[in-house]
Design a protein. Structure first.
Length: 132
């Protein structure tokens, strides 16, 4: 019984390396699970179902041959709420705790770097969160 549970874990149907540039929203369009099902996978965003404090995270699997620098951010609507990044030849995990309200959109976007190669697919790269 998942009554009162609000959680999601999404990956991507791309299942390949993609080159990211600033402004690109990462393609988290493949739900591993979503309770209740409130995400808009057509826009790669999680829609907040109830007011509360939430934990969000993203795990990225980078192309180890790349030496590019990059920045990836977690956004709430149009506001950057967490950022991470460094040399692209390393994996990256970014997480944050945030107060959210019904209807707000949470998503992951490239904020810096050029042609950064990231493997978008399960289990390599995931976007996840849950209500505390």
């Amino acid at each position: 019984d998942f009554t009162g549970t609000y959680a999601f874990n999404a990956s991507s149907s791309v299942n390949n390396y993609v080159n990211l540039n600033p402004g690109n929203i990462l393609q988290f369009n493949f739900p591993r699970f979503c309770v209740p099902n409130v995400s808009d996978y057509g826009t790669n965003k999680y829609i907040i179902p109830v007011d509360g404090i939430y934990y969000f995270g993203v795990r990225l699997y980078m192309n180890t041959s790349s030496t590019a620098t990059f920045e990836i951010g977690i956004y709430k609507n149009t506001t950057l709420i967490a950022i991470g990044g460094k040399q692209a030849g390393e994996s990256e995990t970014i997480s944050t705790i945030e107060q959210c309200f019904v209807g707000q959109e949470i998503y992951v976007k490239c904020t810096g770097g050029t042609n950064v190669s990231v493997f978008i697919g399960n289990p390599h790269t995931q976007f996840f969160g849950y209500k505390l």
